[in-house]
Design a protein around this ligand. Structure first.
Ligand SMILES: Cc1cc2nc3c(=O)[nH]c(=O)nc-3n(C[C@H](O)[C@H](O)[C@H](O)COP(=O)(O)OP(=O)(O)OC[C@H]3O[C@@H](n4cnc5c(N)ncnc54)[C@H](O)[C@@H]3O)c2cc1C
Ligand SMILES: Nc1ncnc2c1ncn2[C@@H]1O[C@H](COP(=O)(O)OP(=O)(O)OP(=O)(O)O)[C@@H](O)[C@H]1O
Length: 580
């Protein structure tokens, strides 16, 4: 039986698109809708490619998203679960904005008679990045967060709870909420990077120092505890076959070791109802508080002009899993199409929801296994897990290497000369380097908050290898803009790309002409983002010569316009081009 029967969706949902072919760079549907208009000659093809087109991810309407979410909650509910605690506990939501497979929420429920869910809108998240002072959270990610909070509140209410939203630092807010409700424990998910660890320490201290109401002199009265729970990875930290401090430095060793020696835990089941809420007044907190508007966060959301538009929240995340795996049947071919750049369907697009914790990687694992059982198991179905193991790996590496993942020399403390040339950096970030593949990717990032994995590797290589710019400038620019920003994956990948990562064998140079020929042979991607290229012949779009901006630097190896071996880069060591 397919998921559509169990979700009782309309009959048309039962018809799946034809099995996508193996040479896809993006989804069949996306390609077909454009191919019909796109002939090989420039004159007939391009008006539609360049027109303003947006794609909602997932591409489902809100009622279908709600139906999928309700059916999924239902599938994971167990009426047999029993709570045996007493008193009040608090769930402090952080980057775990979900109900399903949320161990902190489950434990808070099981250990109490009443649970109070709290989210703190921490002003530090809307400050600036560490070295270069870019906005810490850009408008796209802030808008995504707003939608995540609205969805979390709605789903908590469906389960008999609510969400108290407070504006301020968790270390100021949580002790006063715990005091007002006499909570015995604050449950939260554990983080691994120093900014977040620092907040954990401050919250813990705040709870310890809290004065208990009306119990002075009572030796038995206890301050509430902060109980931190591991929950961000697919493999649980306690199930690793090694201590994170002795994590293998080579990804393949890590992967083989966990695959052979560890198992992935099942998702936590949900009680049908999570209530009641504690009794008591919320007056001193202004009632349940409000979800901030983008303006209240000091940001401005521009018009969505083009490209993908992600819907925040756990319900949309579940909708995307069902859409990508079951409805569009793309899990079957994921490995063949995952290096695409254009349209919503060449890859799962799970990352923004994973980063906010709307989606549990263990849930993705269980859906992959269900698909393998009910439809097909192949290299593609495995490959989504392979990629999620990369995500786990970077998370565990952040424990082993601490703040060095943010430092110029990276985990290996590599001494290199880097430039901070503002002209070059501005051209990179604004997408006017004269290389269509770079410019298109950078425009996609600042227009949507997303960039493909292929694109990220190419623009990273160009910034650090061809321009010689301090990689942290690129990493912080990504930190501002990415919807899926996650310190471990972002800085982990940047240190790899810059050649300062923990694995000395990872030294990546991406040749732009080669990447363009392989991954955008018809120039569809660059023409989508750079309409001025649409008038050119398909094979010229990535190599437009004088028809486009002048190239701001020559390429280190091989060039589209410049002669290779430009003296500026003579001293740079030749690296093999990297292909994954
Ligand atoms: C310079 C650079 C910076 C990056 N910054 C981030 C970041 O801040 N946050 C982030 O989630 N990913 C980051 N990535 C990894 C990767 O590009 C994205 O996870 C991926 O593009 C997200 O799209 P998707 O969900 O469709 O991926 P899919 O191809 O569908 O992969 C499925 C999932 O596997 C995980 N994954 C895939 N590739 C990687 C990878 N290289 N490293 C870690 N996890 C991976 C992601 O969770 C992803 O959602 C970065 C990569 C590079 C090269
Ligand atoms: N979640 C995060 N996102 C981005 N950066 C983070 C995160 N957590 C920690 N960092 C970075 O970790 C570093 C910690 O700086 P801190 O001053 O506390 O320690 P440090 O090791 O002495 O670093 P530095 O010498 O760069 O100041 C900073 O670069 C900070 O931006």
């Amino acid at each position: 039986m397919t998921v559509f029967l169990s979700l009782s969706l309309p009959l048309r949902s039962l018809t799946f698109p034809q099995k996508p072919t193996s040479n896809l760079f993006f989804s069949t549907q996306f390609r077909l809708s454009y191919q019909s208009q796109s002939m090989s000659s420039a004159s007939q093809s391009e008006p539609k490619l360049g027109s303003k087109v947006t794609f909602q991810v997932p591409g489902l309407d809100s009622s279908e998203i709600d139906r999928i979410a309700d059916a999924t909650f239902q599938r994971y509910s167990s009426p047999k679960l029993q709570r045996n605690g007493s008193g009040v506990s608090i769930v402090w939501f952080r980057n775990d904005l979900r109900i399903l497979d949320n161990e902190a929420l489950y434990r808070a429920w099981a250990s109490s008679e009443a649970v109070l869910p709290v989210y703190c809108v921490d002003p530090r998240l809307f400050g600036t990045t560490h070295y270069f002072g870019f906005p810490k959270t850009g408008a796209f990610r802030a808008q995504f967060l707003i939608e995540c909070l609205a969805d979390l509140k709605k789903n908590l209410m469906k389960h008999g709870l609510n969400l108290l939203i407070q504006h301020g630092k968790p270390e100021d807010i949580l002790p006063s909420v715990a005091k007002a409700f006499g909570a015995h424990t604050v449950y939260a998910h554990k983080e691994t990077c120093s900014e977040e660890l620092n907040v954990e320490r401050l919250v813990s201290k705040g709870l310890q120092r809290m004065e208990l109401p009306g119990v002075s002199g009572n030796q038995n009265a206890k301050n509430p505890k902060l109980q931190l729970i591991w929950g961000s990875t697919m493999y649980h930290i306690s199930d690793l076959p090694f201590n994170p401090d002795s994590l293998p430095d080579v990804y393949t060793q890590f992967r083989k070791s966990v695959e052979s020696k560890s198992t992935i835990r099942g998702c936590y089941k949900l009680p049908t109802m999570l209530g009641p809420l504690p009794s008591g007044s919320l007056d001193e907190f202004g009632g349940w508080g409000s979800i901030p508007s983008i303006h209240e966060l000091g940001l401005h959301q521009g018009k969505r002009e083009k490209g993908m538009y992600f819907i925040g929240g756990e319900s949309a995340a579940m909708g995307r899993v069902i859409e990508y795996f079951w409805k569009k049947d793309l899990l079957r071919v994921y490995k063949e199409i995952r290096n695409g750049m254009l349209g919503p369907d060449y890859s799962t697009k799970f990352s923004p929801w994973l980063a906010f914790g709307c989606l549990s990687p263990r849930f993705v694992h269980e859906e992959v296994k269900r698909f393998e059982k009910e439809r097909e198991a192949n290299n593609s179905t495995y490959w989504v897990l392979f990629e999620l193991i990369w995500r786990d790996y970077f998370r565990f590496l952040s424990i082993k290497y601490g703040n060095s993942i943010f430092h110029l020399g990276g985990p290996r403390n590599v001494a290199s000369k880097w430039s901070q040339d503002q002209n070059l950096f501005e051209a990179w970030k604004e997408g006017r380097t004269g290389y269509p593949l770079i410019d298109a990717n950078m425009k996609e990032l600042t227009t949507t908050g997303f960039m493909s994995n292929r694109g990220r590797q190419i623009v990273c290589s160009f910034l650090v290898r061809d321009m010689g710019i301090d990689w942290r400038m690129g990493a912080e620019w990504f930190e501002t803009y990415l919807l899926d920003y996650d310190p471990c994956s972002n800085y982990g990948n940047w240190t790899y790309g810059a050649g300062v990562g923990n694995d000395p064998r990872e030294d990546r140079y991406f040749s732009i002409p080669k990447q363009a020929q392989t991954y955008d042979p018809e120039g569809e991607y660059v023409a989508f983002w750079l309409p001025e290229l649409q008038a050119l012949r398909n094979d010229k779009r990535n190599f437009p010569g004088k028809a486009y901006l002048q190239q701001i630097v020559p390429l280190k190896f091989g060039s589209t316009n410049f002669k290779s071996g430009h003296p500026r880069f003579k001293s740079v060591r030749q690296n093999k081009e990297y292909r994954r």
